[in-house]
Write a protein that binds this ligand. Structure first.
Ligand SMILES: [Zn+2]
Length: 340
């Protein structure tokens, strides 16, 4: 996620709207926080009024923040006693980190960020610290109703929780970990013909729906009249459909119809959701895979479903029963014996 995105911004900035990206970033120095990390900034040189303004990176450096770019740059060096903003050095991915399912070893991950944050904040610090880490793209893949990608995002988030848990085990009397969500996305339910989740089916998914969409788009550019067998092979290689997972006659027909429209009649069809506009063939393939895995989606937006709150450590007993999400920061402050 970018450093100026809604969730991190709500912890350090105060603006009338989440879309005030430039103005949100300008509030970083005033926060006085020691450590920020994410993919980058969404509008580093453009104000709300669409005017060009001094680059946010320059303003941050001038106000005493060290901007560190790239995965290795931070992990290999000590920025002890310096205020840091750590961002991606990949210009294609400043808006958000790649989906975990699409990442390779060179890519900056949420786990890297968490490891770096805990190291930076705990060194030479006897006052304690507060750290917020967001697994924000669980929401994005859920907006696209992409089950396999969501599963990988949750596993990615789990790895960051493990790091926090390891820290807790070393400092059990002075650590509180709270894991929750600001909302559910997609109305996701296990049960789509069967009530048994088929994770083995989802394991065949090799790329996110967005990347599958790009692969189909690339094939369309290279071979505008590609055959049905070629398309089928591309879908099979990336989702396991046809080769490892049986596709019903009706589902194959709907895929074939989308293929005909796209590669024979040359009408591009896309499925638009909040953060993506994916090729119809990609969206349909993922939908079929989700059905085989027994996942059903009720929405492509946020739902009013209850979200869990997990807590462990000092003050964890404060987090019990049904509660309003606005109580969570109050309870954290109570556990930390802070008075506001
Ligand atoms: Zn969302």
């Amino acid at each position: 996620m970018s450093v100026d995105h809604a969730t991190p911004a709500s912890f350090y900035a105060n603006q009338p709207d989440r879309g005030h990206y430039y103005e949100i970033a300008l509030q970083i120095p005033k926060s006085g926080f020691d450590f920020f990390a994410g993919s980058g900034f969404l509008k580093p040189t453009t104000t709300l009024k669409k005017e060009e303004a001094t680059d946010v990176h320059v303003i941050l450096e001038k106000s005493g923040y060290k901007i560190v770019k790239g995965k290795k740059a931070f992990l290999n060096k000590d920025y002890n006693n310096q205020k840091v903003v750590w961002i991606n050095d990949d210009p294609k991915n400043t808006a958000s980190l790649k989906f975990a399912i699409d990442q390779d070893t060179e890519d900056m991950t949420l786990e890297d960020i968490t490891k770096g944050a805990i190291k930076h904040l705990s060194q030479n610090n006897d006052k304690g610290f507060f750290l917020m880490v967001e697994g924000g793209k669980i929401d994005w893949s859920s907006h696209s109703n992409d089950g396999g990608t969501t599963l990988h995002e949750v596993i990615d988030f789990q790895k960051t929780i493990q790091l926090a848990y390891d820290f807790y085990k070393q400092n059990p009397k002075e650590t509180l970990i709270v894991v929750t969500a600001d909302h559910e996305t997609g109305g996701l339910v296990i049960g789509n013909g069967s009530s048994k989740l088929n994770t083995a089916a989802l394991a065949h998914q090799k790329v996110s729906q967005g990347t599958l969409s790009s692969l189909i788009g690339n094939l369309r550019n290279d071979k505008p009249n590609a055959s049905w067998d070629e398309i089928k092979q591309l879908i099979a290689d990336n989702t396991g459909l046809f080769t490892h997972l049986k596709v019903s006659k009706g589902d194959e027909e709907s895929l074939f119809k989308a293929y005909e429209k796209s590669f024979v009649n040359h009408v591009n069809e896309t499925t638009k959701t909040l953060y993506a506009n994916d090729d119809k063939l990609a969206a349909l393939s993922i939908k079929i895979l989700n059905k085989i895995a027994s996942l059903s989606w009720g929405s492509t937006n946020h739902s009013a479903g209850y979200v869990p709150v997990y807590a462990i450590g000092e003050g964890a007993e404060l987090f019990n029963n049904k509660m309003d999400n606005t109580d969570i920061p109050k309870k954290i402050a109570q556990a930390a014996q802070l008075n506001f």
